[in-house]
Design a binder for this molecule. Structure first.
Ligand code: UDP
Ligand code: MG
Length: 339
């Protein structure tokens, strides 16, 4: 993340720009979005392609995207089921052919007007250009504090920094896309992985719009899951924390035991009874269960990684303009092998 201009690099004379768009249950916006995106890219005087990844929608998102596409430059990749945004994004990145690849949401929250600036930065020599939300999210301070803590601690082990307000809206040079493909993990938090890549990075501020239609599919549960993935894949701090807690509790217990002996021998106080015992038992019982749960979070992560299941499964890939009839009526379509 440097603000200084990078060393001059040579970009391809006639570069191809890919835009990867994960979409899940977006029938309300996808058609308009694909049209608007084509208009925007058409005004940019460079070769481009759009890769829409339909993440197992059941509302016709893929057909609508395909119908909105005016040429074979719009490809629609259907995953065999809902794999989640991180996997859909990975699928899109692996299928994009561009010299530069932009990832963006299809709900108009990532403004199309920012794309030319992304590309300009890339031409200047930055390999990763990431959008940063200008205005802080309107959220309660508790959530904000948690978010800040999360960002501060997540990169500690790898000495990386997660920029606040940065998300998946970004441009990656081909080098960065290829480097990302070498990360084997199943459980992914993309923005953490992006930060791990390194390269010449620069932030571009953007104003995040409200969703124009449809609903966000990231409820509290999904956000919590993503945060857990982020923490367990980027930090061993929770494990270490229980080491520290164990030492502190043991020390306290030792001091207390010494105090009881002292009381009995020198002050003649009868040893306190049931309440102390019960309180102690519950405190340590709780602590132990918590530590086992933390351990469990890491073990289940190891379990999922070891199984090494595929990150996503492509059901079919269609190019717009090459399929005459509505999709799904038995018309043969171009199939591609998953790389
Ligand atoms: N998305 C996806 N798979 C999912 C959930 C979401 O591909 O399982 C896509 C969604 O279509 C959108 C983007 O990821 O293009 C961001 O999702 P959303 O707008 O629901 O999240 P938010 O903006 O609230 O973070
Ligand atoms: Mg959104």
């Amino acid at each position: 993340m440097s603000a200084a201009l990078p060393a001059p690099v040579r970009r391809p004379a006639d570069p191809l720009l890919s835009v990867v768009v994960p979409a899940y249950q977006e029938s309300a916006v996808i058609g308009d979005f694909v049209k608007a995106l084509q208009d925007r890219l058409g005004a940019m005087a460079m070769r481009w392609e759009i890769v829409v990844v339909d993440d197992g929608s059941r509302d016709g998102t893929a057909s609508l995207a395909l119908a909105a596409g005016r040429s074979a430059a719009v490809r629609v990749v259907r995953l065999s089921r809902n794999f989640g945004k991180e996997a859909a994004l990975s699928a899109g990145l692996s299928l994009a052919r561009g010299d530069a690849v932009i990832a963006m949401d299809c709900d108009f929250q990532h403004p199309l007007e920012t794309l030319p600036e992304f590309v300009a930065r890339w031409r200047e020599g930055y390999d990763m250009v990431y959008g940063v939300r200008m205005e802080p999210l309107a959220e309660p301070w508790s959530k904000r504090t948690l978010r800040r803590l999360f960002h501060r601690h997540i990169g500690r082990d790898d000495r990386i920094e997660l920029p606040m307000g940065a998300g998946d809206f970004r441009l990656l040079d081909r080098k960065a896309v290829d480097a990302l493909a070498r990360f084997p993990e199943r459980e992914r938090m993309m923005k953490g992985l992006f930060a791990l890549l390194g390269f010449q990075q620069i932030a571009v501020p953007y104003r995040q719009a409200e969703r124009t239609a449809g609903a966000s599919s990231f409820g509290l549960r999904r956000v919590a899951r993503l945060a857990t993935t982020g923490i367990t894949s980027f930090s061993a701090l929770p494990l270490q924390a229980f080491g520290v807690a164990g030492v502190a509790v043991s020390a306290a217990a030792f001091l207390y035991a010494a105090w009881i002996v002292f009381e009995r021998l020198f002050l003649g106080v009868a040893v306190g009874g049931f309440a102390t015992l019960a309180a102690g038992l519950m405190i340590f019982g709780g602590l132990q269960m918590l530590s086992v749960a933390v351990l469990g979070a890491y073990v289940s992560r190891i379990y999922r990684e070891v199984k090494a299941r595929p990150l996503f499964i492509v059901e079919r890939i269609d190019e717009a303009g090459t399929v005459p009839a509505p999709i799904g009526d038995g018309t043969p379509v171009a199939r591609e092998r998953q790389p």
